[in-house]
Design a protein around this ligand. Sequence first.
Ligand code: HEC
Ligand code: HEC
Length: 246
Amino acid sequence: MIRRILLAALLVMAAGERHSGYQDASPQVRAMQDDDASNPGFLWIQQGETLWNERAGSNSCADCHGAATTAMRGVAARYPLFDARLGRPITLAQRIEQCRVERQGAAQVLAESDEALALTAYVGLQSRGLPLSVTTGGPTRQFYAAGKALFEKRLGQLNLACAQCHDDRAGERLGGAVIPQGHPNGYPEYRLEWQSIGSLERRIRNCMQGVRAEPFAADSLELVELELYLAARANGLAVETPAVRP
Ligand code: HEC
Ligand code: HEC
């Protein structure tokens, strides 16, 4: 009995330790995210909905999947996900592109193009409010371990690891910004700094440039491993796509 109460208390504490970047944002930024009508990310959501229903190649996403609101509910919360055929985990954006090209027979779109961001955000929205629940066991284990090692590795001329800012110094100020815990639960998200919606890859690139490191290539396995670790580290946090951040 006591053990069970202790365990419950520990779980509450553990959940309390991790919090979304939403909580580090200013009241103005949070208000933008709270109201879909004032969240600029919804411009891309609208485009994503149009693309979902549009025939490209032989058919539309909707022709095969039906309504995104039911078919895509909970999907984004599970990515990056292990792809048995490729023998590696892939991101949600890569999964959508795979479906577009191989199943829909549509032309490839550039990663991080408005179209790709719009579709990823639209699929992501269908998991809003659901807890991230990424799998790290089985065949995914080695990729998760590699991502964790990357998160803890010192990088760039400033010789700083992601973990040194986002684990050790989260909540402290750096220049004008509060260092958030660095969770991926809002992506693609609208950043005021970008004046646009952007991907998690773009955010990671910005942080790597910040420590004067050469960013990982857009299609590299390292980037997916790092994203897998970030997602697993944030497991339990609610999906906020499309979030708003400073
Ligand atoms: C020709 C039919 C077809 C079309 C067109 C199609 N898909 Fe798919 N899609 C599938 C099938 C089949 C699967 C695999 C289902 C599974 O793995 O259980 C799938 C899987 C997915 C998944 C992964 C779901 C999961 O649970 O991990 C996503 C995301 C997805 N599709 C998005 C899209 C989007 C976005 C489009 C339009 C750009 C699209 N699909 C077009 C047939 C299609
Ligand atoms: C020198 C400190 C520092 C390092 C090192 C650093 N970051 Fe960041 N990171 C920040 C700051 C500061 C922000 C917030 C910027 C803002 O809000 O304007 C941020 C934001 C983020 C976010 C966005 C969180 C959200 O709520 O949208 C993610 C994800 C992230 N970092 C991941 C990483 C990863 C992965 C690495 C390692 C490759 C890394 N960061 C390295 C300082 C750092």
